[in-house]
Design a protein around this ligand. Structure first.
Ligand code: DQA
Length: 152
């Protein structure tokens, strides 16, 4: 059976393509998920995707799904900057996690330069639009492969 990576998108990312396309790009969330799934299949991985606007919904979904997964790719969106609850949930799920942002949050408004999620992730990928997700997925695939006992 294929190893599964969870892909979580936080608040307002359901409106990708419509929301400030000059910043976040023209791709819609279903298109982005399609791109991630395609690359995942090439890497021998399955993905399970989820978007929610609420902190509790994101945390509940992670609680429910983490046990069957091998990695987590998360764009926490605005929760990046202040959600200790989501930070704790990412830490508690125990999955190797990669934080993703379409934009370069280090070069935007001061409140966006802080990530409370970063310390519980292996790496942060930012500033490359959809490619940030693909790079994060490739990183996670490599990480999962290097775990003891992995053959493929
Ligand atoms: C974002 C950056 C956040 O600051 C913002 O609130 C988002 C998207 C990004 O992908 O660049 O919703 O996470």
């Amino acid at each position: 059976m294929k190893k599964t990576v969870l892909v979580m998108h936080g608040p307002n990312l359901g409106r990708l393509g419509l929301r400030r396309p000059e910043l976040y790009g023209a791709m819609t969330l279903p298109e982005l998920n399609g791109l991630i799934k395609k690359r995942a299949a090439e890497l021998g991985l399955a993905v399970r995707t989820f978007q929610a606007n609420g902190e509790g919904e994101l945390i509940d979904w992670l609680e429910k799904n983490h046990a069957r997964a091998r990695g987590l790719l998360i764009n926490p969106a605005a929760y990046t900057h202040y959600s200790y609850a989501l930070r704790d949930a990412v830490e508690a799920c125990g999955l190797p996690a990669a934080e993703v942002h379409l934009t370069d949050i280090s070069k935007r408004e001061p409140f966006r330069r802080i990530s409370v999620i970063k310390p519980v992730c292996l790496r942060q990928f930012k500033g490359k639009g959809e490619l940030s997700y693909i790079e994060a997925l490739e990183f996670l695939a490599g990480y999962i492969k290097r775990q003891p006992g992995e053959t493929a």
